[in-house]
Write a protein that binds this ligand. Structure first.
Ligand code: IPM
Ligand code: MN
Length: 370
């Protein structure tokens, strides 16, 4: 059986707590001979800053490049609010994305049947919801230069962020999104602000061209990102795959996450280009929820987004789709039995700790292999 090298980067806040549940799962998979994962661990974010004064060290970056996949927890927290901008915890994550070339961020928002009541929207609006947000991850305003704050000398300062996209960046993310749509319900919605932004004009033009050239069989529609956000909460089931830029994708995926009941439910996969020679791609898998400093260390964070992110690693990096399906089924089964972490608790439900939830999911998975 192939040996897969994983770099685990638990990070800050609830990151280490939810990562512990992934480790429990990996240990079991290894012990059963279902898979063979070799794991290493490293520091990222505030924990890397405390130890080394940076969000991520060159050494950890090298280990990330050498790994078959990076499994990432979360970074940031009030403790590091005043560290220099270049060394802030988030800089560690952004460097990983940029230096590993992880331009495609897949954020699936799926409503588990048992959780339809946990959403802030009416159950009928979100029952059966299954959408995929494809967020461009290495360009746009996150990385564009200049990015500065200048003192104007008259008591005023000027802040500049730069939104920039080249044709090739839009083409490659559009292809990822069209390919995914083909495997799903064959519909892609592209979101930008072409009514006020030049980058939106180009985005719209390039996605339209890629569609006409290579993906005529897929239904393509364009929405302005603001009304797209409105439609996400008005009638989310109209969407299959959404493709959008880095910043809009950040915002729209938080909205989509809440449709599913909790930010604690949404996994993500960040993928690079497929290497022509090895046919492999760099990849990083992380929950969308962030470090949740307010509940860190208390042991009641929801590990589902982290476990489902590991499931995406099985699916997208290791061709273990069948195992990923079983993991998803185990999560659904545990929820169907009424077990809930605090973020998704409903009346009459049993409230589980992080480790109780992780153990219950593993037990369901074990039953599927019995
Ligand atoms: C996310 C997060 C990050 C982002 C932060 C932590 C830099 O919000 O992955 O959605 O803005 O991309
Ligand atoms: Mn975000």
């Amino acid at each position: 059986m192939a040996n897969h090298k994983l770099l685990l980067l638990p990070g800050d806040g609830i990151g280490p707590e939810v990562m512990a549940e992934v480790k429990r799962l990996i240990d079991w998979l290894n012990a059963q001979g279902i898979a063979h994962f070799e794991t290493e661990q490293g520091l990222v974010g505030g924990s890397a800053y405390d130890a080394h004064g940076v969000g991520i060290t060159d050494d950890t970056m090298e280990r990330a490049k050498a790994a078959d996949a990076v499994i990432f927890g979360a970074v940031g927290g009030p403790k590091w609010d005043s560290v220099p901008y270049e060394a802030r915890p988030e800089a560690g994550l952004l460097r990983l994305r940029k230096d590993l070339g992880l331009f495609a961020n897949l954020r699936p928002a799926v409503v588990y049947p048992a959780l339809a009541g946990a959403s802030s929207l009416k159950p009928e609006l979100i029952e059966g919801l299954d959408i995929m947000i494809v967020r461009e991850l290495t360009g746009g305003v996150y990385f564009g230069e200049p990015k500065t704050i200048t003192d104007l000398g008259n008591g005023q300062k000027r802040a500049i962020d730069t939104q920039v996209y080249d044709t090739y960046e839009i083409e490659r993310i559009a292809r990822v999104a069209f390919d995914l749509a083909r495997k799903r319900r064959n519909k892609l919605t592209s979101m930008e602000k072409r009514n006020v932004m030049k980058s939106g004009v180009l985005w719209n033009e390039v996605v339209t061209q890629v569609h006409a050239r290579e993906y005529k069989d897929v239904t393509l529609e364009h929405q302005l990102a603001d009304s797209g956000g409105m439609n996400l909460v008005k009638s989310p089931k109209q969407f299959d795959v959404i493709v959008t830029d880095n910043l809009f994708g950040d915002m729209l995926s938080d909205i989509a996450a809440m449709l599913t009941g909790s930010l604690g439910m949404l996994p993500s996969a960040s993928l690079g280009e497929i290497d022509a020679k090895t046919k492999k791609r760099r990849s990083l898998f992380e929950p969308v929820h962030g470090s949740a400093p307010d509940i860190a260390g208390k042991g009641f964070a929801n590990p589902i987004a982290m476990l489902a992110s590991f499931g995406m690693a099985l699916r997208y990096s290791f061709e273990m789709g069948a195992l990923a399906d079983r993991l998803d089924a185990a999560i659904a089964a545990v929820l169907a039995k009424g077990l809930r972490t605090a973020d998704i608790k409903s009346e009459g439900a049993t409230v589980a700790s992080t480790s109780q939830m992780g153990e219950a999911i593993l037990r369901e998975l074990q039953a599927l292999y019995a």
